[in-house]
Design a protein around this ligand. Structure first.
Ligand code: CP
Length: 316
């Protein structure tokens, strides 16, 4: 493995990684000396519940020290451009910030969401790529503008644990949401599913196509009910328009996942990365029902992060 975890492409063998993560889950403290006298620094430019606590727990399982900073709220505003005359609002350049933070830690994890205003800038992954360029320690992506690979690895673990059929049918369904949301979770889920032996279908209203370079070769079905038929797993997520970048046009409230829709599936398991808006994205009956995996998915975030940190420490 490369000394980083920025995107799904950094997974060298998904099946082997999932197996190893499940072994870590069985005995979380078996490598508790690996991270001794090593420090994980987590910088958050955006809010988090699961990512923050599960990644911290993962590091603690490995015996690491952890430092957390809400950089977006508490740090200096960063300048990313070279050669700028910094006589306006931004007080610190990424070159110094990344170099300085690297002296305080052995692994640097970063969360920096998409702006959803400038597609080119978001796709350039300015924040995480700039830290990668100027830091001298390995970088872990805790959700960037276009990717959430820790979530996708946790999702792969969850599917492996609950898979009945040899080749399950997995459906990624768009769902309504009152606010425009980034594409990161869906992008990484699609990339991860391409590494699995599964019948994979993406369903969304017309106009909500994801980045075609990511979905290329995949099956897209605009009829949600048709897509859900006989599904073993239903992964639900909202994302804003990619072509009309960051916009939410028609909210399509009838795309909410309901118990009646889940009856079309093969007793399908309901998955969502959380946080989720009840009775907008999914109704209470599904979320609270016996086929909902959302709490287990969140638990698996710990072991996805632990596996990534373990691999980085082993190759450090
Ligand atoms: N799923 C996820 O990344 O949750 P948080 O935003 O709470 O970290």
């Amino acid at each position: 493995m490369k000394k980083r975890y920025i995107d799904i492409e950094d997974i060298t063998d998904l099946d082997a990684w999932v197996k190893e993560a499940i072994q870590l889950k069985d005995a979380p403290y078996q490598f508790s000396s690996l991270g001794k006298q090593k420090t994980l620094c987590m910088l958050f430019f955006n809010p988090s519940l699961r990512t923050r606590l599960s990644t911290q727990k993962a590091a603690l399982h490995l015996g690491m020290h952890v430092m957390v900073m809400n950089f977006g709220a508490e740090g200096w505003q960063l300048e990313f451009d070279d050669g700028t005359i910094m006589n306006a609002g931004k007080a610190e350049h990424i070159k110094e910030a990344a170099a300085v933070v690297s002296q305080y830690c052995d692994v640097l994890a970063i969360r920096a969401f998409a702006s959803l205003k400038d597609k080119q800038k978001d796709e350039a992954e300015l924040v995480i790529k700039s830290f990668q360029k100027y830091a001298s320690v390995p970088i872990v992506n805790m959700e960037s503008a276009t990717a959430h690979p820790l979530q996708a690895l946790a999702d792969a673990i969850t599917i492996a644990e609950h898979k009945q059929a040899g080749r399950p049918k997995v459906v990624l369904s768009w769902a309504p949401h009152p606010r425009a949301l980034p594409h990161a979770v869906a992008n990484s889920f699609v990339k991860m599913m391409k590494l699995k032996d599964a019948e994979f279908v993406i369903t969304h209203p017309e106009g909500y196509e994801l980045n075609p370079s990511i979905t290329q070769g995949g099956t897209i079905e605009y009829d949600q009910r048709k897509a859900l038929k006989d599904a073993d797993f239903v992964y639900v997520k909202n994302w804003s328009s990619y072509s009309d970048y960051g916009r939410m046009g028609n909210l399509y409230p009838d795309w909410m996942i309901t118990r009646e829709k889940m009856e079309l599936t093969n007793q399908g398991k309901f998955m969502h990365c959380l946080p989720v808006r009840r009775n907008v994205v999914v109704d209470d009956a599904v979320l609270d029902g016996e086929h909902s995996l959302v709490i287990e998915q969140a638990n698996n975030r710990t072991f996805a992060a632990q596996l990534v940190l373990k691999k980085i420490l082993e190759h450090g």
